[in-house]
Design a protein around this ligand. Sequence first.
Ligand SMILES: *[C@@H]1O[C@H](CO)[C@@H](O)[C@H](O)[C@H]1NC(C)=O
Ligand SMILES: *[C@@H]1O[C@H](CO)[C@@H](O)[C@H](O)[C@H]1NC(C)=O
Ligand SMILES: *[C@@H]1O[C@H](CO)[C@@H](O)[C@H](O)[C@H]1NC(C)=O
Ligand SMILES: *[C@@H]1O[C@H](CO)[C@@H](O)[C@H](O)[C@H]1NC(C)=O
Ligand SMILES: *[C@@H]1O[C@H](CO)[C@@H](O)[C@H](O)[C@H]1NC(C)=O
Ligand SMILES: *[C@@H]1O[C@H](CO)[C@@H](O)[C@H](O)[C@H]1NC(C)=O
Ligand SMILES: *[C@@H]1O[C@H](CO)[C@@H](O)[C@H](O)[C@H]1NC(C)=O
Ligand SMILES: *[C@@H]1O[C@H](CO)[C@@H](O)[C@H](O)[C@H]1NC(C)=O
Length: 611
Amino acid sequence: MRALNFALAFIPLFTPAALGGRLPGPSYPAPRDISSDSSLVASSWKNVTTTLDKTLSGGGIGDVASALLKNTTFSMGMFSLHDEDAQSLQYHHTALSNLNGTYGTKKVDSDTIYRIASISKLITTYAGMVELHEKDWNTPLTDIYPALKEFVKKTAVDFDAVQDIEWDKIAVGDIASHIGGIPRLGLPISSDFLIRSLVDPTLLDTWGLPPLNETDIIAQYPCLQSLGSESLKCSIEEYVQGIASNLPRYQPAASPLYSDSGFFLLGGALANLTGMSMDDLYRKGIFEPLGLKNTLSSPPSDPKDIARTVIATDLASDLRDLPITTPSGGIYSTINDLSKIGASILNSTLLPAEKTRRWMKPVSFTGDLHYALGRPWEIYRYEHKESGVVTNIYTKLGDSGSYAGLLVLVPDFDIGFTILGASNGLVHTQAIQMVADLLTNSLMPALMTQARHEALVNLAGTYAAKDADLNTTLTISVPSAFKSAPGLVITEWISNGTDIKNQLAAALIDLVPQIPAPAPSPNLVRLVPTISDIVATGQIAFQMETVNPTGPIAGHLFTKMYGAGDWVSTIDQLVYHDIPIDEFVFHVDKKTGKAHTVTPSAYNVELKRKS
Ligand SMILES: *[C@@H]1O[C@H](CO)[C@@H](O)[C@H](O)[C@H]1NC(C)=O
Ligand SMILES: *[C@@H]1O[C@H](CO)[C@@H](O)[C@H](O)[C@H]1NC(C)=O
Ligand SMILES: *[C@@H]1O[C@H](CO)[C@@H](O)[C@H](O)[C@H]1NC(C)=O
Ligand SMILES: *[C@@H]1O[C@H](CO)[C@@H](O)[C@H](O)[C@H]1NC(C)=O
Ligand SMILES: *[C@@H]1O[C@H](CO)[C@@H](O)[C@H](O)[C@H]1NC(C)=O
Ligand SMILES: *[C@@H]1O[C@H](CO)[C@@H](O)[C@H](O)[C@H]1NC(C)=O
Ligand SMILES: *[C@@H]1O[C@H](CO)[C@@H](O)[C@H](O)[C@H]1NC(C)=O
Ligand SMILES: *[C@@H]1O[C@H](CO)[C@@H](O)[C@H](O)[C@H]1NC(C)=O
């Protein structure tokens, strides 16, 4: 692993701290003060709302933004696991000219009901996470839908990978993460040219499409028979029968393709596997345990509820009830309720913690480094400007008809935010995405700085052995200089009279082959949190990562791998009696997070913080 001569060619020309061997995950314990006047997070939130105010009155970030925002009714709010008052960070805008005029609310607040569109997909999956056994996610769709089993049987004789969907190879978990390779939507719930040509018969000529045999089509799609009725009451089995012989778009588990159909099928699968209706599943699995009063799995029908709902066009479209599509896009909720849902996910309130952690991981990449997807998480990878630290943002976007919304979770900071919006034009999606960018670009650096600031107050300082005869001292600092490289730095570490600081740094940096080797400064190794058990035992464990300025990775994927990958190169290499020499466990006050003591695990000595 050492002495790679060819590495000479890659001597970096500049050495930004950004290019460290970062471990994934947080750089500091999650910030606790989100909402107070002295919180940077609260002030970054205020910055955003001031910008929104200005933009709504014609200034701010420009005319285009102004037009988008003015015509969008929206509500947004923040939440944190460590600061209940974070929920006071809210913002609401009512675009009266974009509301129905007769029906629905005339002033939005945190209990205003919006259709959350495809955020429903996340709630459906959450219900599945709560109610299914782990193995159920591997159930092939053919075990659930007889029509699919029948189709696979029929096509087995002369199976054709371009013509026939391999329904028996697609698992319930695949459609929950958009990697079934199945179509986005099927007839009649799509804007298929065939449906559009019923309204506009010239369409086929415009596109030069061949005519189809109506008798055949009606025979294929049982759901077409209820087309035109206000609510499409066909069953999921009938819908599945129609799409069974659709063309595959990819082979199973090959590549992501956003599929609403997949979530109609997922709803049916959850109902089948649990023996409950989806309405019961949502209610028993999520709504009741979390005490959600304003979240509905069918459109509001009580006039009192409708009066609190944003109606941007007309009742028929905004409150359209297509029961088989509910698991994909038919849930109605408020920012208060979505915040509760988001916090419960971050907090593992309804799930065992390891299940949540497994769930909040990517399932597939996309074609872009900044985006990945999970089940059905849309994962955005935010890169902090100076340090280059990557914060993964777990989201679900909703975008349908008059409504758009976002639920956003940031596990590294234990916070999230929601935005729900609506308009009678086509501006709401762009508007809420723009607001989400404003928030993200303002909140992420503020959260990082706030977390660093709290680490300084809570963890930095000098710790010494209680036994005055033992010459053991540890000093922890939280640098804000050195281009904001994250984590804690050990500025003094004497164990029983031996100065360890420099040799620890040297030994770790030595594990990353670089020519020339960087000077083994203790500033180039950082403590970052690994196990946080503050609520139960008041402990938080840290391990070391290196800050090796190894230069740009592009073009050096293999040679930079150790330098950029502490998870494989340096972690857990220096151990004594199976205990990492570079692990430090802080014992903190459960309420404030302030450390009393720290234990360097391998040295088996508890060091008391000097006030
Ligand atoms: C708020 O905005 C001001 C002016 O743009 C900026 O100087 C300040 O750093 C911002 N504060 C936060 C916490 O984002
Ligand atoms: C906003 O709404 C007004 C009034 O309905 C309309 O005249 C204007 O064109 C809309 N602007 C945008 C950007 O949609
Ligand atoms: C997190 O879960 C614990 C129980 O495990 C509960 O006491 C606490 O109130 C929850 N916090 C939030 C913000 O949901
Ligand atoms: C449509 O197909 C059916 C059989 O699938 C056939 O009997 C009928 O003649 C066809 N109609 C037209 C107009 O081609
Ligand atoms: C689930 O689907 C299978 C296969 O179609 C069927 O045999 C079973 O009865 C269904 N179970 C429920 C609870 O609907
Ligand atoms: C409001 O909704 C009603 C009922 O759906 C509809 O008849 C009416 O056209 C809508 N008004 C506007 C301005 O969209
Ligand atoms: C401290 O060092 C002395 C001298 O080497 C040794 O005898 C003693 O066991 C050490 N104590 C601890 C707690 O490491
Ligand atoms: C503790 O050890 C350090 C490093 O060997 C030494 O410089 C210092 O003098 C020692 N302090 C005491 C009180 O013995």
